[in-house]
Design a protein around this ligand. Structure first.
Ligand SMILES: *Cc1c(COP(=O)(O)O)cnc(C)c1O
Length: 389
């Protein structure tokens, strides 16, 4: 391994050189079943032919021009995302952290426009919003923050899933927004009560706060709907996207509705790379393939199968605390740290993730088929049983 990379990751000692659908191939030609999809990124799986063709064609025409000029693909993508979500306008960037930075800046500007000089944003315990200074400050995980103090101020933290705790903040006159993941991903795959977002929506309406949903992980079909908030009948004021949006080509977005959509004016925010013809082609093709191939329904169906089959295979196994999730965002919580399972699975040519020390996290490509899902559950259940024995 090269000594010239900064030591930001403890990497597994494998390099993949090629992929096809839910499968990855290493330098030796060994084949791995991918139940992580590059951390919820490769929704279309690897080397999807229609995406590869669209990207090749676009790369041969035009990759980047900057936002000083009109970008037709960006306009079409904004139209498409707004039609799918019910929101009004989009700003494009290159990652989830950047999308959340845009949302945080938007909320502060919204506050200043209303005469609030010290605006604060409500955020949640165990949340994850990114690694930039503002987003790590918003994140509810001390490990992400430690060593980077002074943190960005202007965040008020409450427990996730507790609408009452948010309601109690109404007395605090400088609150301008609530930033929350509909389902927490990095925090351990936590699914709140069904009416949580509805309650937050009502609180935001009553107090003129912006409801800002971080759908960086849950968005773009991951949970079986285009966006996780669509499991309810509310609309957010702001929504951030990234991970699955470009199928691996970096593209993020901050969408907004109503007064929030009118907050940014020229000069207030920007990005050199954001929303390039190339990145937007990746996103547009992703959305197109998802629709044509019925990947939302597939994510819902295969996700339900994986959860049910794992529950059956692990029934009565001591040490399995919970099997939960929505669509293809799945958490299996054990009663002990299980980070070692990542290595053990890799040795058996299976790619999984563990988050919060004791939660096995599955984020398979949305194209996963029934046969691959059955392989996954059989192999994973065996690994878990052996690990807990
Ligand atoms: C991954 C993630 C982010 C950060 O995205 P990056 O592209 O790594 O900056 C933000 N929010 C949530 C919910 C995420 O899962």
């Amino acid at each position: 391994m090269s000594d010239h990379l900064m030591q930001t990751y403890a990497r597994q000692p494998v390099a993949f050189v090629r992929g096809a659908g839910c499968w990855l191939f290493d330098e030796n030609g060994d084949q791995y079943l991918d139940a992580l999809a590059g951390i919820a990124v490769n929704g279309l799986g690897h080397a999807h032919p229609r995406l590869a063709q669209a990207l090749c064609e676009q790369a041969g025409r035009l990759i980047h021009t900057s936002n000083l000029y009109r970008i037709p693909q960006q306009e079409t993508l904004a139209d498409r995302l707004c039609a799918l979500s019910g929101l009004d306008r989009a700003f494009f960037c290159n990652s989830g952290a950047e999308a959340n930075e845009a949302a945080i800046k938007l909320a502060r500007l919204y506050g200043h426009n209303r005469g609030i000089e010290n605006p604060a944003i409500v955020v949640m315990e165990h949340s994850f919003h990114g690694r930039t200074l503002a987003t790590l400050s918003a994140t509810g995980n001390r490990k992400v923050q430690a060593g980077f103090e002074p943190l960005v101020t202007g965040f008020v933290r409450v427990p996730f899933g507790d609408a009452e705790a948010v309601a109690k903040l109404a007395v605090q006159k400088n609150i301008v927004a609530v930033l929350v993941e509909p389902y927490q991903g990095e925090g351990g795959v936590h699914i709140p009560e069904a009416d949580y977002l509805v309650k937050l929506r009502a609180l935001c309406d009553a107090n003129a706060w912006l409801l800002m949903l971080d759908e960086v992980q849950t968005g773009i079909g991951r949970t079986g709907k285009w966006f996780a908030f669509q499991h309810t009948d509310i609309l957010p004021d702001v929504m951030t996207l990234a991970k699955g949006l470009g199928s691996g080509v970096p593209v993020g977005a901050c969408l907004a509705r109503g007064v929030a959509a009118a907050t940014f004016v020229p000069g207030k925010h920007g990005s050199t790379f954001g929303g390039s013809p190339f990145a937007c082609t990746a996103a547009l093709t992703t959305l197109e393939v998802m629709e044509q191939d019925g990947l939302l329904a597939n994510a819902a169906e295969i996700g339900a199968f994986i959860r049910q089959d794992m529950a059956q295979r692990l029934a009565g196994v001591a040490g399995v605390r919970d099997i939960r999730g929505q669509g293809l965002m799945i958490g299996i919580e054990l009663d002990r740290p299980c980070g070692d399972l990542v290595k053990q699975a890799l040795a058996q040519k299976l790619i999984i993730n563990v988050t919060q020390d004791s939660v096995i996290r599955l984020l398979p490509p949305l194209v996963m088929g029934q046969a691959e899902a059955a392989l996954l559950t059989e192999q994973l259940a065996g690994l878990v049983r052996a690990f807990l024995a």
